[in-house]
Design a binder for this molecule. Structure first.
Ligand SMILES: [Fe+2]
Ligand SMILES: [Fe+2]
Length: 158
């Protein structure tokens, strides 16, 4: 990002980079939780659950990529040590199901994490609206996908 591009960002850059890095850490934690559950899930019709979890895990990894790009564009660096992900994240590690066939627990883990993510991106969107167009667009784009994730898993509730 060049001098002029940085100048037109009417927001505290340090604070914005920190907000984006927190979201970046959330994404890695969500990715790992979902990816792990996709590998481990068992039980009747587990393939569908596995497919859903793999799909959203892939999205979270993409979000981490998009956030890393934006952080670097803004002159920052994303958290680069995995053990710091939990420390720097907004929310706790979503965790994994205790019983591999417990779909309700999986649904609860995912919907809780997604609700948190929606809040995080909504806040970033509000903060950057009219002040940093690129970050605003990114936040709205990611939030749209988190909304889809929440809905996908809410619809699985038995
Ligand atoms: Fe995400
Ligand atoms: Fe998500």
């Amino acid at each position: 990002m060049g001098k002029k591009a940085r100048e037109i960002v009417e927001i505290n850059l340090k604070e914005l980079i920190k907000d984006l890095d927190r979201a970046y850490c959330d994404e890695w934690l969500a990715f790992y939780s979902y990816w792990y559950m996709a590998q481990a899930v068992e039980g009747k019709g587990y393939e569908d659950m596995q497919e859903f979890l793999n799909k959203i895990a892939k999205d979270e990894l993409e979000h981490a990529t998009e956030l890393a790009e934006r952080i670097i564009e803004l002159g920052g660096l994303p958290t680069n040590i995995p053990r710091d992900w939990e420390k720097n994240a907004n929310g706790p590690y979503p965790g994994v199901m205790k019983k591999l066939t417990d779909y309700n627990e999986i649904i609860k883990i995912v919907t809780t994490a997604e609700a948190g993510a929606i809040e995080v991106y909504n806040k970033i969107a509000q903060k950057t609206f009219g002040k940093d167009h690129d970050t605003y667009q990114l936040a709205v784009h990611i939030m749209g996908e988190e909304i889809t994730h929440e809905e996908m898993f809410e619809n699985l509730k038995g």
